[in-house]
Design a protein around this ligand. Sequence first.
Ligand SMILES: Nc1nc2c(ncn2[C@@H]2O[C@H](COP(=O)(O)OP(=O)(O)OP(=O)(O)O)[C@@H](O)[C@H]2O)c(=O)[nH]1
Ligand SMILES: [Mg+2]
Length: 484
Amino acid sequence: MFTAVITSSHQIPRFAIIGHPNEGKSSVLSTLAEDDSVRVSPVPGETKVCQDFPVIVDGREVIRFIDTPGFQNPRKTLRWLQRYQGEDALLIEAFIQAHEDDPAFRDDCALLTPVAAGSGVIFVVDGSRPVRNMDRAEMEILRLSGAPRMAVINCKDEESSYLAQWQSEFRKHFNATRLFNSSRATYIQRIELLENLKAIDQQWEPALRGVVQAFQADWQARNEQSVDIILDFLSQALAYSKSVPSSGGASEQLQERLWQEYQHHVAAREQAAHRAIRNLYKHNRFNLVLPEHSILAQDLFSRKTWEFLGLTDRQIILAGAMGGAALGAGLDVATAGISFGVFSTLGGLLGAAGTAIKGKQWLSGIKLLGMQVGGEQLQVGPVNNIQLLYILLDRSLLFYRQVVNWAHGRRDYQQGERLAKGSSKAGFTAFWSREERRSCERFFQLVCGGESWAEAPVAGEMRRLLQEQLTRIIEGRLEAGQRR
Ligand SMILES: Nc1nc2c(ncn2[C@@H]2O[C@H](COP(=O)(O)OP(=O)(O)OP(=O)(O)O)[C@@H](O)[C@H]2O)c(=O)[nH]1
Ligand SMILES: [Mg+2]
């Protein structure tokens, strides 16, 4: 019987992804290898030749997956293998030799070539349909090959009534079975699948343990880099400050221009941060086309965004939606933890710009930014309302969750993901403890004070806080709009 071995010349575990046409083989591979360049298509026969997809971690190949075409003539292939009289170990090679010039077996020869070369097998089926005789023939071919093998049930539809049938068939033919949805599998499920591969051949256990460790270390490093990207973005958005010449005052026109500039500044920095996070998680094609109901599709400074993420009416009002006169009418600024700084003294002057509470005009940007008139200069920024920090953090965390949960094999980019709806507090930060919010306040004060923050103790606090949040998101232990 043919036995798979890892020779010293290639210690890297190799797995061929095999199955019937159009079952989702390439899509499973794409998710497992985190490679969205894999060709996936609704038309059967998309994969015509074998293609290797090495997974590189820290510049080193740790595992290799091989995409293969679907079986072309499984029943005849099986019949030939069953009649074979030669040496067991040469069974698959003999089949390939006998059929390599026959177009009727082109795909069968191609997909069995990596098996003959010692690859393990991941057999993929669409578990949302019943088992057919053709599938039994394919499973029997793989059993006869003697290759270490795992069956993966990739349910393309929600249908699960055939699962028991598949599982009982698999028990006869495979060393291990897993449910793995190529469109929805998370990082944890990828790790679990790799862990399970260890069980199919003892010889591969040490190498696969190394693969799992490399994956985990890689994700930890990405998590830390994401935190730095988010903190950098926050500081760029909050510490923004600009001085412009003015003739001793601030016309509405000038205020509006400065506010527009600031919005562009933040939007561009947010997009750059998102892009950097996407790249870290190896998403090249996925470009977050968000459905209209997604809060990330809303303008960052829209009232809807701020309400959705859990700000109370009072906090929204205090953030600048009302004229300065309203403050004088006795709103308790301190309760919301907001320091308006120079704004409260200039309230009368600035009030005019932001009294409209509806639509785009709801937020008076200049109040949010703070403004000082000194001689011939008008200075705007830095931001004087900590609520903006929470809004930016919430959007970053929602985006992060979207990216890490988007499986590389998933291709319905237009559909987007449903973000939590129906809860008035759908963000993350609204549920942070007093202690955590205090860290945010200290960070906010430091950044807005124009001081360097990267080495400050509070930067360490923020890093730990965000790293913990990102880990919980990855592990599926934290949803938006959820108490801990
Ligand atoms: N909804 C959904 N669709 C899936 C899933 N997996 C695969 N598909 C779709 O099924 C179709 C076939 O997927 P592929 O990964 O190209 O299948 P394949 O087995 O590689 O097909 P061939 O290369 O043609 O043999 C594509 O349109 C995929 O988007 C899934 O888990 N859910
Ligand atoms: Mg394919």
